[in-house]
Design a protein around this ligand. Structure first.
Ligand SMILES: Cc1cc2nc3c(=O)[nH]c(=O)nc-3n(C[C@H](O)[C@H](O)[C@H](O)COP(=O)(O)OP(=O)(O)OC[C@H]3O[C@@H](n4cnc5c(N)ncnc54)[C@H](O)[C@@H]3O)c2cc1C
Length: 471
């Protein structure tokens, strides 16, 4: 069977859907999305049962459809902050978003289809139900919405050996295996491991029954500074802190000391050096809860798990018989190296503004629709790889601020950014007269150029090689 389309989007996760949603809103084109999975929404379809967004729902998803009701949670670890969708909410949302797209009559969704390659005569997709390969003729471009495909616990291969009698389960199975009286070893340093620890504590497991194997300690943002809408002054306060710290930092160590001293970043154990930074966030309540866990094993990465001990890079630790190991070691965000986003006949979706995957996919679609030349498009959308360690923070922030400076000089793009529900700062103009917002905007403006310059030098990365420019 032969099909034709203007754009072929490979991957119907959040990025592919957010791209298609904005592209069909901004251009009269046809789009075909293909995905191996049976349902749209990408990794969320196999997320662990107690996952939630770590950011508010208010600026997550596709541009044309709100997620949630912008409620402020009254209880729990998110009390006082804007609601965060559960995994189930996110899955329902993406199903609805995909339905709305297909109802435009310009979007076709081929689920359980795998993109297997392409050439001048078209792109081949295999129907995973029948094994048949179809050819799709692509008039404009192929959009790679899987370059940064997430690595998740349900599908990744654990990077360690497991002795036959040791009990190791992916975090997805934690609610099913948990029983009173069991002890647990949580493997991993990131947000998923924090979620597993929180789930155990919330379900009555005493902190001294939990061992936490942390190969490296992580920095997290303070969730208070990611609240949009009526609390947007906190977001600009956070960015002002970033710019002030960036303008003054003499080294990466000094930078993170400044960010911690100002309350921008937190770590679970302030007495232990933290080297991991993946851009996730915690509330003060979450931080307080997981700090109850005192049995931390820091001997590098896990090599092998045996029934009553763990062998690690730098030694071994006894765990006791019957312990259940919870695997939270999947990478999550994919920190593949940056590659040009706009290439001949191809678009490779990546991060541009830091830590805003849905916003970035929609932004790239807007630029595709409204600019004619790839060099101009790439100027507005330079790739900005996801971070993994503290060394990645300076380059990531300076690349974000450089790109944002370019958007400000493009009236149509600035107007789109200002109105997009995916833009976490969207409500700033309405709150600009508040003293806290005014002060933060001023401090940000005073420091951002110096921060770009200094962080560029600290990063040793591509941004340090770029010439300074007006912001
Ligand atoms: C647990 C978790 C929580 C997160 N929470 C947040 C949050 O709160 N806020 C936030 O902004 N970000 C969050 N993120 C970041 C997250 O990566 C994005 O939110 C987003 O869901 C990623 O979507 P994606 O489309 O880029 O990738 P994916 O969801 O991985 O989708 C890629 C898709 O491509 C398909 N695919 C791959 N190869 C092929 C092929 N050859 N043919 C056909 N299909 C193919 C896959 O089947 C998959 O469905 C979170 C990430 C994780 C892992």
């Amino acid at each position: 069977m032969h099909m034709d389309t203007d754009y072929l989007v490979v991957g119907a996760g959040a990025s592919g859907l957010a791209f298609a949603d904005t592209l069909v809103a901004e251009a009269t084109v046809s789009v075909t999305l293909v995905d191996r999975r049976e349902v749209p929404g990408g990794h969320w379809q196999q997320a662990y049962p107690f996952v939630r967004l770590h950011t508010p729902s208010a600026y997550y998803g596709v541009n044309s459809l709100a997620l949630g009701d912008n409620r402020i949670d009254q209880t729990g670890e998110n009390a006082g902050y804007y609601e965060r969708a559960t995994g189930e909410n996110v899955r329902e949302y993406f199903t609805k978003a995909a339905d709305r797209l297909t109802q435009t009559g310009r979007v076709r969704l081929l689920l359980r289809h795998e993109h297997v390659g392409g050439g001048s005569d078209g792109h081949q997709v295999r129907d995973l139900a029948t094994g048949k390969v179809h050819t799709i003729g692509v008039r404009h471009k192929v959009v790679d919405a899987r370059y940064l495909e997430a690595s998740i616990p349900a599908t990744h291969a654990p990077p360690f050996e497991v002795a036959p009698s040791a009990r190791v389960v992916p975090v997805n199975e934690l609610p099913a295996v948990a029983r009173s009286g069991l002890s647990y070893a949580v493997l991993g340093s990131g947000k998923t491991a924090v979620d597993a620890c929180m789930w155990l504590l919330d379900n009555g497991v005493e902190a001294d029954r939990i061992r936490w194997i942390r190969p490296r300690d992580a920095w997290f943002y303070n969730r208070a500074q990611f609240q949009p809408l009526d609390q947007v002054a906190g977001i600009i306060e956070g960015l002002a802190i970033d710019a002030e710290a960036g303008a003054l930092a003499s080294s990466i160590g000094d930078l993170f000391e400044r960010l911690e001293a100002s309350g921008r970043l937190v770590r679970i154990d302030p007495s232990w050096p933290a080297t991991m930074y993946r851009g996730t966030m915690l509330s003060v309540r979450e931080l307080g809860a997981v700090r109850q866990i005192e049995h931390i094993i820091r001997l590098g990465r896990v090599r092998r798990i045996e029934p009553d001990r763990i062998l690690l890079e730098e030694g071994e630790a006894a765990t006791g018989s019957g312990v259940v190991h919870i695997d939270c070691t999947a990478l999550g965000l994919n920190n593949a190296p940056g590659t040009p986003i706009f290439q001949p006949s191809r678009i490779v979706l990546q991060q541009v503004r830091h830590l805003s995957p849905c916003f970035n996919a929609a932004l790239i679609a807007f630029v595709e629709a409204h600019r004619d030349e790839d060099p101009d498009r790439n100027r507005l959308c330079p790739p900005n790889p996801y971070p993994s360690s503290i060394e990645d923070w300076p380059g990531m922030m300076s690349r974000t601020w450089r790109a944002e400076g370019r958007w400000l000089r493009e009236p149509d793009l600035s107007a789109w950014v200002a109105g997009s529900r995916l833009n976490l700062l969207r409500d700033l103009p309405e709150h600009a007269a508040e003293p806290a917002a005014q002060s933060a905007v001023k401090r940000f403006g005073t420091n951002v150029r110096a921060a770009i310059e200094r962080l560029g030098r600290l990063s040793n990365g591509s941004s340090s090689a770029e010439a300074p420019e007006e912001r």
